[in-house]
Write a protein that binds this ligand. Structure first.
Ligand code: DMJ
Length: 631
């Protein structure tokens, strides 16, 4: 065959035209790519594959599900995102491989680092599954704890008297639980006098509040059989497809908090699945012009509205300000940044808005983003917002500087405007109504002894002792509100005016509904100071509870703490099992049971682990990306 020389084209092209050569090269490179790509589809055991692919190469990570991919920002769909840190107005998002225990989805969900480990053990399927389990969120968090969660001996104290006292609290839990089981199983609370269950309207048709609230208490107390029954109920009966009107706040602190804790303590996947399913149902509540959620949400339709009693359709500070801890963990477990974005948006708005004397009023319009009234309180309506600021900082492994700044400046404003000393020398936190002080302190505000104490280490160093003193003084005042009553239990609210000192003056404030706040502060103060008086005060509370609140078939609140013959309200609140008894048990345990270095308690006493970002990344995370939140 004779090749005709084309002017301008040289001979080494075997006489082909430029366009022919191009097509040929294209074909050749396509063939090479195809052959190389086929290596990925060969089983791991094929030698050829191991020769050509180094251990660090892996198939691309795929999205866990279509739904999930839809929720991810567009440019990153296909790779699960993970929020790992909130600092300086930036939401830092880390891409890390999704992890699942489901062997069927293993292949699809396994990510680069897990795949690397898997390849390292040469492809054996069962080993592969085991290896990935090592990287579950539960396992990763466990690797990042500084201490074992349940201590060396489940926190068993060394002195016999404390052992005895702790055993007594465990017996109280068993008694409360057994009666709930006998008469109210699956309902929200036990009515111990009428021996039946109570459902109520707070949880929007969700059931089993006492069960979900008790999971972690049963677990840490070593009530294993009861814990297992509770877990089985969650697995088989906790129906999240309810259609009722729920309090976003209550569902969050009890159900979301309870399930999260149960997952982080036990690693049981059922809790994670349930909490992620529930978390999704809460998101529509944030669809307001400001992103500040309304108080009530229909869990079925997603419609939300404000409480009828809240003035001018406002949202409540303690409600929308008490989502942060749980929502950050929802992002952790789901890999979806949306939960953290929602609560960061709330944080930003609160940080920016003008505050009277630096104080945060209790009512805010979710439409305009303005305060609706100037009522400020560390008790009901305000309380846990402040608690969540300092705890957000602690839970972020002390990286959430914004939360820290907001907490200490709020505390400064509270000290300047609200903290008072009574003529009798008692320190209390008054309420503030547009500049006028109401010399009243609610039982709920008694959590603040513990809060101020727990934050003492992280403010200005020269203020450490001042904060510890303030915490001790508030806790002392709250103890006085107990010791000045006939029952040795504290009223719902006590006053410091008209001659009153830590006592209720109104009939309507005299009740006690098994609340935990005073005991919560004893527990924190004990851990911080080891002053034996806190254990002694806790024991006095146990005796009072046994004498006045224990009835034949459970525990009940009482209507008047000053009456020598008590009248019962027929309600065993779920927070009695979740908080009151848990804090008592911790008070009589060694500090290594749920150490405060590793765990932060949500406002319903559900322990949530500290998020140690870099450690978690080491055990399964990859690199970070930064995403600035909208101003
Ligand atoms: C609990 O549900 C929580 O502690 C909440 O923050 C306020 N009060 C009750 C118990 O008193």
């Amino acid at each position: 065959m004779v090749f005709r020389k084309i002017p301008g084209v040289s001979a080494p092209g075997m006489g082909l035209r430029l366009s022919q050569k191009f097509v040929f090269l294209l074909f050749l490179s396509g063939l090479v790519t195809l052959c190389f790509g086929a290596l990925f589809f060969l089983p791991d055991s094929v030698r050829l594959k191991r020769i050509f692919l180094s251990k660090n190469e892996s198939p691309a990570v795929t999205a866990r599900s279509e739904g999930e991919a839809r929720d991810l920002p567009r440019k990153t769909a296909g790779e699960p995102l993970k929020v790992v840190e909130v600092a300086g107005g930036k939401l830092r998002v880390s891409r890390r491989p999704s992890v699942t225990h489901d062997a069927r989805t293993l292949e699809r969900s396994v990510g680069t680092q897990e795949r690397t480990q898997v390849d390292a053990v040469d492809g054996a399927r069962d080993v592969e599954a085991k290896d990935v389990r090592k990287g579950s969120d539960f396992e990763m968090f466990n690797k990042c704890f500084l201490k074992p969660s349940l201590g060396v001996d489940r926190g068993k104290p060394s002195d016999p008297q404390t052992v005895q006292r702790r055993d007594k609290v465990r017996e109280m839990m068993k008694f409360a639980w057994d009666n709930y089981k006998r008469y109210a199983w699956g309902k929200n609370e036990l009515r111990p006098l009428t021996r039946n269950g109570h459902i109520g309207t707070m949880f929007g048709g969700l059931r089993g509040a006492t069960i979900v609230d008790s999971l972690d208490t049963l677990y840490i107390m070593g009530l294993t059989e009861d814990y297992k029954e509770a877990k089985e109920w969650v697995q088989n009966n906790l129906d999240l497809n309810s259609n009722g009107e729920a309090s976003l706040f209550e569902v969050n602190i009890r159900y979301v908090g309870g399930l999260l804790s149960a997952y982080y303590l036990t690693g049981e996947e059922v809790f994670k699945q349930k909490v992620l399913e529930l978390g999704e149902k809460l998101l529509p509540a944030f669809s307001t012009p400001t992103g500040i959620p309304r108080g009530v949400i229909n869990l079925g339709s997603g419609t939300s509205w404000s409480w009828g009693w809240a003035s001018a359709g406002s949202s409540i500070l303690a409600e929308f300000g008490t989502l942060h801890l749980e929502f950050v963990h929802l992002s952790e477990l789901s890999g979806k940044p949306i939960y953290t974005e929602k609560v960061m948006n709330i944080r930003k708005l609160l940080d920016k808005i003008e505050k009277p004397h630096g104080l945060y009023p209790n009512f805010l319009s979710p439409v305009s983003g303005n305060w609706v009234q100037h009522h400020v309180s560390l008790g009901g309506l305000g309380d846990s917002f402040y608690e969540y600021l300092i705890k957000s900082y602690l839970m972020s492994d002390k990286t959430d500087e914004e939360a820290k700044r907001m907490y200490y400046s709020a505390l400064e404003a509270i000290e300047t405007n609200l903290v008072q000393k009574s003529p009798g020398g008692l320190t209390y936190v008054a309420e503030w109504r547009g500049g006028v002080l109401d010399h009243k302190m609610g039982h709920l505000a008694c959590f603040s002894g513990g809060m101020v104490g727990v934050g003492a280490d992280d403010g200005a160093p020269e203020k450490r002792q001042h904060y510890l003193d303030l915490a001790a003084e508030i806790t002392h005042t709250c103890h006085e509100s107990y010791s000045r009553s006939a029952t040795k239990l504290g009223p719902e609210a006590f006053r410091f005016d008209g001659g009153a000192e830590a006592t209720a003056t109104r009939l309507s404030d005299r009740y006690y509904i098994l609340r935990p706040e005073v005991i919560e502060s004893y527990m924190y103060m004990w851990r911080l100071t080891h002053d034996p008086k806190y254990r002694q005060w806790g024991w006095e509370a146990v005796e009072a509870l046994e004498k006045h609140c224990r009835v034949e078939d459970g525990y009940s609140g009482i209507r008047d703490v000053y009456a020598s013959t008590v009248s019962h309200d027929n309600m065993q609140q779920s927070f009695f099992l979740s908080e009151t008894l848990k804090y008592l048990y911790l008070l009589f345990s060694d500090d290594d049971l749920l150490p405060l270095e590793d765990w932060v308690f949500n406002t319903e006493a559900h322990p949530l682990p500290v998020i140690r970002k870099s450690c978690l990344q080491e055990h399964g995370g990859t690199q970070d990306t930064e995403q600035t939140l909208p101003e």
